[in-house]
Design a binder for this molecule. Structure first.
Ligand code: ADP
Ligand code: MG
Length: 307
């Protein structure tokens, strides 16, 4: 049996470092010994090394993308109780978690509902699944991002800051409604939403649906423009359920059965209720000709001029 010459071994270590193949560098000696012992053909040895490097690279990429996504820990689809939110269909969420049907088109996902209903959890869980499926995601509280963008604007670098966010296929803006226009000049949000329109996706969670958004944006025209862009290609879930924690606490007290749940929107999540969307008069076309789409329904909706 031939074994690796110590001089060659030293050279290999140097060359692999120079080539930046750390994963190969780590395993080549063990694999070489096995190959020598078992009489592997040279091609098989090389293939095993290359496969190892590729697997390690994709593992490291995933690790990097998970770190950059800044997802809150522990919020996954596995731990999301779909039965608690009957308007949100598990199959539909699983389809969204694949990403292709909406992230490729820059379509959006909007989650509305009162506090504690699971919006942030679902948003983070989807983000996590999407990263695992190879997409790049950033989860941020809307106020944090608004602050960052305002600093960028003061430094005359708003455009660059927004362009930098393009690397994320999905930007999750948690709690849009907590931004108020007196707290901050939120036209940076308008710039961001306009820049991503039909190119890069947004997932937005908000306690209040569109009716209250006039309090967020500096003027009504801007509010209308924002809503128009966001909903043009969007899936909307109105998660109108009681606080999950409160129900869980009640549940424990009661010790049996599930507390009643009320939901206000149909499973295919269209803008359905006028109280949810009081700007209807300003935006009649949204109601009449721009139905929400799930997956591939977008083109059909556009071509046929609506529902
Ligand atoms: P929201 O963002 O709508 O205010 P959260 O997502 O923060 O609500 O939910 C509040 C808490 O309840 C979190 O700890 C979350 O993990 C949990 N929770 C809410 N809904 C669900 C659900 N359907 N399944 C499992 N946990 C849930
Ligand atoms: Mg939340």
């Amino acid at each position: 049996m031939r074994t690796t010459d110590p001089g060659d071994a030293a050279r290999v270590e140097l060359l692999l470092a120079e080539l930046r193949l750390p994963a190969v560098k780590q395993v080549w000696a063990t694999l070489a010994a096995q190959a020598d012992k078992e009489g592997w053909p040279a091609g098989r040895f090389l293939a095993a090394l290359a496969e190892h490097e590729i697997a390690e690279r994709s593992r490291r990429r995933l690790e990097r993308h998970l770190a950059e996504a800044r997802l809150p820990p522990g919020k996954t689809l596995d731990t999301f109780d779909f039965e608690a939110v009957p308007v949100v269909s598990k199959a539909q969420v699983m389809a969204l978690a694949a990403g292709d049907a909406w992230l490729n088109n820059g379509a959006n996902l909007l989650l509305f509902g009162p506090p504690g209903g699971g919006k942030s959890h679902l948003a983070a869980a989807l983000g996590f699944a999407l990263v695992e499926n190879g997409w790049r995601v950033l989860f941020t509280r809307t106020t944090d991002l608004v602050q960052r963008l305002q600093i960028a604007r003061r430094e005359l670098a708003l455009e660059a800051a927004i362009a930098k966010l393009d690397k994320y296929h999905l930007l999750i803006l948690d709690d849009l409604a907590y931004v108020t226009k007196d707290q901050a000049e939120t036209s940076v949000l308008f710039e961001l939403i306009s820049a991503r329109y039909e190119r890069r996706s947004l997932l937005i969670t908000a306690n209040q649906p569109f009716g209250e958004w006039g309090k967020i944006f500096p003027d009504q025209a801007m509010t209308v423009a924002v809503v128009d862009r966001l909903v043009h290609h969007a899936t909307i879930f109105e998660m109108n359920v009681e606080s999950y924690r409160r129900r869980a606490a009640l549940e424990r007290k009661r010790g049996r059965g599930r507390p009643p749940i009320h939901a206000t929107i149909t499973a295919n999540a269209r803008i359905a209720s006028p109280e949810m969307f009081p700007e209807a008069e300003m935006l009649p076309h949204l109601i009449c000709s721009r139905p929400m789409f799930i997956g591939g329904a977008k083109d059909e909706a556009d071509q046929h001029g609506g529902a």
